[in-house]
Design a binder for this molecule. Structure first.
Ligand SMILES: *Cc1c(COP(=O)(O)O)cnc(C)c1O
Length: 360
């Protein structure tokens, strides 16, 4: 069976070159006579894999030395709680910007630990846009400002970074990290679950500024305590070794592709093509304000939802899989992360045009 173009929102497609390398090294990692997943996380082999992954991610994102890079567990969802537990630092309030389904979940967990000031929300507009920065009601007493630069379910992405002055900016970058360059120094903390653009599920990347850690709520579990994890090189307990190994291979692959500006060029181009095909049809529609459409997740609906099943079945037959929209919003969603080649987007556009011709 040839490999399909998998449009899954996550766990998502990985670069084929990475899978092949992992396959070649599976039973015998670098002449060790064992798989990397069978080795101690404290042994020199895995310690070198871990160190190289950190070096590469620092390199790719240009992480300043004054930031810690942590590889944790518990997914981005774990960070919904870890962020307030670590960053409140004696304060009782945090600002949240609500632009989609994931931000809503982050707020739900934050409310267990602090007063959430909902500084801006597009919920009444069904998350089809981003509230303009001038309208945000930020609080001077907030411990941090949390936002979701790319809302994976709603297909809404910030193409700008909010300026929050002395209040640290916290970003859930799960579905857009490594898709373009970012200026890490604009953020107090960045986190991302791996299974969209980094690697397999099981590892969570956290990048946090040194001066923000070390003052956790007393209830904080030690595995979620950034300072303790930083001191232990993210190995307070056994890390997800195989996931981290694959993430390391993905970092190397991104470097080979030309790094993040090359990824950004490709991603912008793929997204532009797909949105043009949707907007140019009389049959498909994307509900998001064009100024904040996501490069990574492209939701769209058919003119007649009765045709959804047929659309999906035909797509699967053409080797285009997992196009069904999130169960909470319906319709379709094409996730086109770094590992989705332009040829996959082209194949989807061709299939959509053909389906429209036959059905419209
Ligand atoms: C997928 C996703 C999450 C949830 O990630 P888990 O690793 O499953 O906890 C959170 N935020 C965003 C933006 C996501 O895309």
């Amino acid at each position: 069976m040839p490999r399909v173009y998998n449009f899954s929102a996550g766990p998502a497609m990985l670069p084929e070159a990475v899978l092949q390398r992992a396959q070649a090294e599976l039973t015998d990692w670098h002449g060790a006579g064992a798989s990397i997943m069978e080795m101690s996380h404290r042994g020199k082999e895995f310690v070198s894999v871990h160190a190289e992954a950190e070096r590469d991610v620092r390199d790719l994102l240009g992480v300043p030395d004054s930031y810690k890079v942590l590889f944790l567990q518990g997914g981005a969802t774990g960070q919904f709680a870890a962020v307030p537990m670590n960053l409140l630092r004696g304060k009782s309030k945090a600002d949240y910007i609500l632009t989609g389904a994931w931000g809503k979940k982050a707020i739900g967990d934050a409310r267990k630990y602090c007063e959430v000031n909902l500084a801006a929300s597009s919920e009444s507009l069904k998350f089809s846009t981003i509230p303009p920065f001038e309208d945000w009601a930020l609080s001077a007493e907030a411990a941090y400002v949390h936002y979701t630069p790319n809302e994976t379910i709603d297909g809404v992405e910030f193409h700008w970074v909010p300026e929050t002055g002395d209040v640290p900016l916290v970003a859930d970058l799960s579905s857009t990290i490594l898709s373009r360059p970012i200026e890490v120094s604009r953020f107090g903390l960045i986190y991302a679950g791996a299974q969209k653009n980094i690697g397999p599920a099981g590892v969570t990347l956290v990048i946090v500024r040194d001066d923000l850690i070390g003052e956790t709520l007393p209830m904080t579990p030690s595995v979620f305590d950034y300072a303790q994890q930083a001191k232990a090189d993210s190995m307070l307990n056994t890390p997800p070794t195989y996931s981290l190994y694959i993430a390391g291979l993905v970092f190397q692959w991104v470097k080979e592709q030309g790094g993040l500006s090359a990824m950004a060029d490709r991603n912008e181009w793929k997204a532009k093509k797909l949105y043009a095909a949707i907007d140019g049809s009389g049959f498909y529609r994307n509900p998001v304000d064009p100024s904040c459409r996501s490069w990574m997740n492209v939701p769209f609906v058919l003119a007649d939802p009765e045709l959804d099943r047929e659309f999906l079945a035909g797509a699967a037959q053409a080797g285009l899989t997992t196009l069904q929209g999130h169960r909470s919003v319906g319709g379709m969603r094409a996730s086109i992360y770094n590992a989705m080649p332009e040829a996959g987007v082209d194949a989807l556009i061709d299939y959509m045009a053909d389906f429209e011709k036959r059905k419209a």
